[in-house]
Design a protein around this ligand. Structure first.
Ligand code: ADP
Length: 266
C-alpha cells in the first residue's frame, strides 16, 4: 500500500487535521514484477545461443578450423543458434509491440478454414519430415471478425507446437465450428501431452515443460504467451486439455457478432 498524508487546517484555531490516502498498488507492483521478470528471463534466454555462438567460434579459431568435418558441424550448429536468436528477438519484439498497442490492426470478416490452410502450407514441410498428418474439420464456414495476420499467428503457433510435441506418424487436427453462440477453434494432437501440474504454467513467458526438447524443436518459450495475449485481446478464452502420452487439445472460444451467424446460415 502507498500512503499519502495531506495536512488541512483544523476546525479549532491553530490545529491541523490530516487526510490519509491509502492507495492499493498490488496490481501496479504485480505488473512491475512481470516486467522485471520478463527482462531478466529474456536476457538469460538470449545469452544461451550467444554463449554457444561464442564458444563454437572460439574453438574454431583455436584450431578446429583445420578439420573440415568439424568445421561444417560447428558452422551448422552456429547457424541453428543464430536462427534461434533471431526467432527469439522477433517474439520478444512482437510481445512488446502488442503490449504497447503499437500493432496496426485490420479487422475484417475472415473465413477461418482458409487461414488454417495457409498455416498448413507453411508447416507442411515440418509435418512431412515427421510423417505427421495435418487435417482440418469444418462442417460450416466459420467467420471471425479479426485481423487476418493475428488469427494466422494464433493458429500457426498452436499447430506448430502440435507438430513439435507429437512423435513421428502422429496426427494433428484443427476443428472449427460454432457452439453456444461462440466460434470454436480446436487444435488437437496425439502427442506427448502436458502433465497436469504444468498445464496452468505453459502460457507463462519462457515457461517450457522440457527445456531441451523445446530448444531442439526450435522453440522460444514465448509462443503460447503470444497466443494467449492475442486471444484475450479478442475477448476470447483459451484452455487446454491434455494427458501425458495421449495428446493435447487447445481450445479457443471467440465471441461472434450476430451477422456472422446469419452469414453461416446461407
Ligand atoms: P515453445 O517455444 O517452447 O514451444 P510455447 O510457449 O509455445 O514455447 O509452449 C510452452 C511449452 O508448452 C512448450 O515448451 C512445451 O513444453 C509445452 N507445449 C506446448 N504445446 C504443446 C503440445 N501441443 N503438446 C505438448 N506440449 C506442448
Amino acid at each position: 500500500v502507498d500512503v499519502n498524508i495531506v495536512p488541512i487546517p483544523g476546525r479549532a484555531k491553530n490545529t491541523t487535521n490530516y487526510i490519509v490516502l491509502l492507495y492499493d498498488i498490488t496490481e501496479i507492483r504485480r505488473l512491475e514484477k512481470v516486467r522485471t521478470d520478463f527482462v531478466a528471463n529474456a536476457s538469460h534466454e538470449l545469452r544461451t545461443p550467444i554463449t554457444a555462438l561464442k564458444g563454437f567460434s572460439e574453438t574454431l579459431l583455436d584450431g578446429a578450423l583445420e578439420d573440415r568435418e568439424v568445421l561444417i558441424e560447428f558452422l551448422e550448429i552456429m547457424l541453428k543458434e543464430s536462427s534461434r536468436l533471431d526467432l527469439m528477438v522477433q517474439d520478444i519484439l512482437q510481445l512488446s509491440k502488442l503490449e504497447q498497442k503499437q500493432v496496426r490492426l485490420n479487422v475484417e470478416s475472415i473465413e477461418a478454414e482458409s487461414v488454417v490452410k495457409e498455416v498448413f502450407q507453411i508447416l507442411q514441410q515440418k509435418a512431412e519430415l515427421k510423417d505427421i498428418e495435418l487435417s482440418v474439420v469444418c462442417d460450416e464456414p466459420v467467420y471471425l471478425e479479426v485481423d487476418h495476420d493475428q488469427l494466422k499467428q494464433i493458429i500457426l503457433n498452436l499447430v506448430g507446437n502440435a507438430i513439435s510435441y507429437t512423435p513421428e506418424k502422429g496426427i494433428v487436427k484443427v476443428e472449427l465450428g460454432y457452439e453456444n453462440q461462440e466460434a470454436i477453434i480446436r487444435v488437437i494432437d496425439n502427442g506427448i501431452g502436458i502433465p497436469l501440474e504444468e498445464q496452468s504454467r505453459v502460457f507463462e513467458r519462457f515457461y517450457r515443460v522440457d527445456k531441451a526438447r523445446s530448444r531442439n524443436a526450435g522453440g522460444t518459450g514465448l509462443g503460447l504467451s503470444i497466443v494467449k495475449y492475442l486471444v484475450e485481446n479478442l475477448n476470447g478464452f483459451i484452455e487446454l486439455n491434455s494427458e501425458v502420452g495421449k495428446g493435447t487439445t487447445f481450445e479457443i472460444r471467440l465471441p461472434i457478432r450476430f451477422e456472422n451467424k446469419i452469414l453461416t446460415k446461407k
